[in-house]
Design a protein. Structure first.
Length: 429
C-alpha cells in the first residue's frame, strides 16, 4: 500500500510566518510613529522652553536697562514705558513707584526672537550715593594729632551719636609746644561772649559764616587746652589707639585700599583717582581761587561729576585767598605736603594724602604733612591718612553739615549706585 504526504502543513507554516511578519511590521510602524510623535513633542517643548528663556532673558535685560536709566536720571525719570535700544524685539520697560524717595519698582516685558514667547518680570530698586560724607568729624587722622597754637574746632554735634559731639578722631593725641586751643559747639562759636558782636553772613539755607568768630571767645567751650593734660581727656576728641582708626581714604570713599580688607599691590586708590578726580597742578589750582567749585555744579563744564581735585606733589594755599565757596564746595586731595596760609578760607574737604598702601604698618611708608600757618578758616573737614604736622597757628576749623551734604548729593550718575531690594523679584503680579 502506497502512502502519500499532503502539502497542507507547509502551507500553514508559511501563513504563520507571514502573519508574524505583518505583526512585527505593524509594531515597528506603530513604535516609529510613536517615537516620531514623542520626538516632535520634545522638539516643540524644547523650542517653547527656549523661547520662554529668550523672553525671560530679554525681560531681565529690560530690568537692567531700566535700573541704569534710574541710575542715570534719578528723580527726573517719570513713570512711563521706554523701548529698550539694542534688542532684536520689542522689549519694554515701565516704571512704577515713589521715585521721590529713591525707591521704585521696575516692570519689564520681553519677547522671544520670533515674538511667540513672552515674559514679564518685576523688581524693586533703590538709589544711593556712592559717597556720604555726612558722618565725618571735623578732623580725622591715621596718625598723631599734636595740637599746638590757639586754633578752634567747631565739632560735629552728632559725630558720636545723637547729641554726642566729636571734634577730632585720631589714633594718638599728644600736645606739643605751647597750646591754647579750644573746641566748641556752633551756637557758642557764633553767639557767645566776644563772638556775639562779630560780623556774620547768613546763607540761603540758614547756615551762618563768621570768619572772625573763635571758640576761645565763647563763654562756654567743649574743651580747652588749659583744662586737660592730654587732648584725649576731652570727650569730643576721640583717640582709638587700641583699635586703630579706620583708614581715612577707605572710610571716606568706600574703597578697600589696605591688606586688612583684602587689597593687593594693585593700589586701588589709583583707579579711584583716575575715574573720579580732576588732576591738576598746584599752580593751576591756585589760580582758580573762589571759582574752584564752579565747573562741578549746575551749568559747569563738569556738572554732576565728583567735585574732586587731585594734586600730585606739594601745594600751598596762598594767604588771603578764598578756595571754592559755600554753595560750591570741593574736595582737595594733595598727594604731598599741604600748607594753608594766613587769612585764607577753604570750603569743603581738605585731604593730605600719603601712599601708605597696601600696608600702612610697613617700615618706610610715605608720610606727607599738613601745615596750617597764621589764622585761616576751613568750613568742612580736614583729613590726613598718615602722621601729621598739624597747626601751630590760630586757624579755625568749622564743621559744616550742609557743605558735606552738598558734596555728597551733587547730581550725577557717577555719584550714585543702584541696588536691588532683596526678595522683590517676581515673574507674576
Amino acid at each position: 500500500m502506497e502512502t502519500k504526504s499532503t502539502p497542507y502543513p507547509q502551507k500553514q507554516q508559511g501563513a504563520v510566518t507571514l502573519l508574524v511578519t505583518v505583526l512585527l511590521l505593524a509594531i515597528v510602524t506603530i513604535t516609529t510613529i510613536y517615537l516620531a510623535k514623542v520626538s516632535l513633542l520634545e522638539t516643540r517643548t524644547s523650542a517653547n522652553a527656549n523661547r520662554a528663556k529668550e523672553a525671560l532673558h530679554h525681560a531681565q535685560a529690560g530690568l537692567d536697562y531700566g535700573s541704569m536709566l534710574y541710575l542715570d536720571q534719578g528723580d527726573s525719570w517719570a513713570d512711563g514705558t521706554v523701548t529698550v535700544v539694542g534688542l532684536d524685539n520689542g522689549t519694554s520697560v515701565s516704571v512704577r513707584g515713589d521715585i521721590a524717595s529713591d525707591l521704585l519698582t521696575i516692570t519689564a516685558s520681553g519677547a522671544s526672537l520670533d515674538i511667540t514667547g513672552n515674559a514679564t518680570v518685576k523688581e524693586g530698586y533703590g538709589r544711593f550715593p556712592i559717597v556720604d560724607f555726612g558722618e565725618l568729624p571735623p578732623l580725622m587722622s591715621n596718625g598723631n594729632f599734636p595740637p599746638g597754637g590757639t586754633f578752634s574746632i567747631v565739632g560735629n554735634p552728632n559725630g558720636g551719636g545723637t547729641g554726642v559731639p566729636v571734634s577730632a578722631w585720631v589714633e594718638t593725641s599728644t600736645t606739643v609746644g605751647v597750646a591754647s586751643w579750644q573746641t566748641c559747639n556752633m551756637d557758642e562759636f557764633l553767639y557767645q561772649g566776644g563772638n556775639a558782636a562779630d560780623t556774620k553772613v547768613e546763607q540761603a539755607d540758614g547756615f551762618v559764616l563768621c570768619d572772625d568768630c573763635r571758640c576761645q571767645q565763647a563763654d562756654n567751650t567743649l574743651c580747652e587746652a588749659g583744662d586737660v593734660s592730654d587732648p584725649s581727656e576731652c570727650l569730643d576728641i576721640v583717640e582709638t589707639s587700641e583699635s586703630a582708626v579706620p583708614d581715612v581714604f577707605e572710610n571716606v570713599f568706600g574703597i578697600c585700599v589696605t591688606t586688612a580688607c583684602g587689597a593687593s599691590d594693585d593700589t586701588p586708590w589709583q583707579s579711584f583717582r583716575d575715574e573720579f578726580a580732576t588732576l591738576i597742578s598746584c599752580a593751576d589750582f591756585q589760580a582758580l581761587g573762589a571759582a574752584a567749585g564752579d565747573p562741578f555744579y549746575e551749568g559747569g563744564a563738569k556738572a554732576g561729576q565728583l567735585p574732586l581735585y587731585w594734586i600730585t606733589g606739594d601745594c600751598s594755599i596762598p594767604a588771603n585767598t578764598q578756595v571754592a565757596s559755600y554753595e560750591k564746595p570741593i574736595i582737595l586731595v594733595v598727594h604731598g605736603d599741604l600748607t594753608m596760609n594766613s587769612n585764607s578760607t577753604f570750603f569743603g574737604i581738605m585731604f593730605a594724602f600719603s601712599d601708605v598702601y597696601p600696608d600702612p604698618t610697613a617700615v618706610g611708608v610715605e608720610t606727607n604733612d599738613i601745615t596750617i600757618n597764621g589764622s585761616p578758616t576751613v568750613y568742612g573737614v580736614i583729613l590726613v591718612n598718615s602722621e601729621v604736622n598739624l597747626p601751630t597757628g590760630s586757624f579755625t576749623l568749622v564743621y559744616a553739615q550742609n557743605i558735606l551734604e552738598r558734596l555728597s548729593n551733587n547730581a550725577g550718575s557717577i555719584r550714585y549706585g543702584v541696588g536691588r531690594r532683596a526678595g522683590s523679584w517676581t515673574d507674576f503680579d
